[in-house]
Design a protein around this ligand. Structure first.
Ligand code: FAD
Length: 302
């Protein structure tokens, strides 16, 4: 890693909210997850360096669901904030943590020069459909976490949004009202769960606008790079893949290179359609690899 000045000591970059308000072009951003071991740490850093060269508007680092993963999240997020030129968004969830524990994590992000937090509720160990139980001294939902982060410092706060209804609510109108409540609590932007139907994104934006809320909603895109992901999709997002997508991927299921090529093609088409529909940016779930994202980026900038 380089010996650059920590981001806190560098000139203050405009926040994502400021960039969204002034930019005349869509934002590009990438999500990473904290590494498990030395090998995955090398893979993460290679992806970070390769994608840094594309000049993304921000990158984000997910927050682990359990104790040891959380420590790795904090360490990885701080390292990226301090050793790259990237505007870094630290995810934070309130699952199984007291207010005091959350305050400490927020304090360590601030000390590392991280000025952006993605305030997310998190899930129970069984996943998004397992009934949520709040920590006895913790928070009820992401809306309360937005308020806590805003209260503790000069943070620009993002939140999650759901083009396919959240598996626990399965109610698109309720999801839109919850998103508006997050904006009212102080969120400046939202990033969506992965999805494959552009019409669902457009409907979500329309519902939120109908409630009088202009929160920028950045679509989250996960390129399909192998056939196993297709099966895992519903597990991750709670929604089934649309048939138009599964048919194209299943048609080449025997050839892993073709699956990848078709997956990149689908993600490129989706990105173009989302921009045409007015999306303020595109956020890619990189899975700590750079190649698929670089290929889509190149397709979009041809
Ligand atoms: P909330 O906004 O709190 O909503 C969750 C559900 O709670 C709602 O669907 C609804 O059923 C209910 N609810 C909330 N508020 C109300 C209300 N006012 N009235 C009635 N019902 C309500 N998970 C991780 O563990 N780590 C991560 O880093 C992470 N990053 C993510 C990034 C993005 C962009 C997204 C979209 C999700 C991410 N997740 C992450 C997954 C997330 O934890 C789950 O999707 C979780 O189930 C919902 O989180 P939320 O912030 O949307 O919760």
């Amino acid at each position: 890693m380089s010996g650059r000045a920590p981001s806190a000591l560098r000139q203050r970059l405009p926040t994502i909210a400021e960039v969204l308000a002034t930019s005349t072009r869509p934002l590009f951003s990438f999500e990473f997850f904290p590494p498990r071991d030395e090998t995955s740490s090398r893979q993460l850093w290679q992806a970070v360096r390769e994608l840094e060269s594309l000049g993304p508007d921000f990158i984000s680092v997910t927050y682990g669901a359990s104790g040891s993963t959380r420590e790795r999240t904090i360490t990885a997020t701080e390292a990226i904030a301090q050793n790259t030129t990237l505007r870094t968004v630290a995810h934070l969830t309130c699952a199984s943590q007291s207010r005091d524990q959350l305050r400490r994590v927020i304090g360590s992000y601030a000390a590392a020069g991280v000025r952006h937090v993605l305030a997310i509720r998190g899930d129970m160990p069984g996943g998004p459909t397992e009934p949520w139980v709040r920590h006895p001294e913790g928070l009820a939902n992401a809306t309360e976490l937005v308020a806590l982060v805003r209260e503790l410092g000069d943070f620009c706060v993002g939140v999650g949004a759901f083009p396919d209804p959240h598996p626990a609510s399965a109610d698109a109108e309720l999801d839109a009202r919850i998103l508006v409540a997050k904006a009212e609590a102080g969120a400046s932007f939202a990033i969506t769960q992965l999805f494959f139907d552009v019409a669902s994104y457009v409907s979500l934006v329309r519902r939120v606008r109908a409630l009088g809320c202009d929160l920028p909603i950045i679509p989250g895109i996960m390129p399909i790079t192998n056939i196993r992901q297709v099966a895992r999709f519903a597990e991750l997002s709670g929604a089934d893949l649309p048939r138009t997508v599964t048919e194209r991927v299943q048609a080449v299921a025997d050839d892993e290179h073709e699956v990848r090529r078709v997956g990149i093609q689908i993600a490129t088409e989706m990105s173009e359609a989302l921009l045409a529909a007015g999306a303020p940016g595109l956020h890619y779930y990189t899975q700590n690899r750079s190649r698929a994202t670089r290929e889509i980026y190149a397709n979009l900038h041809r």
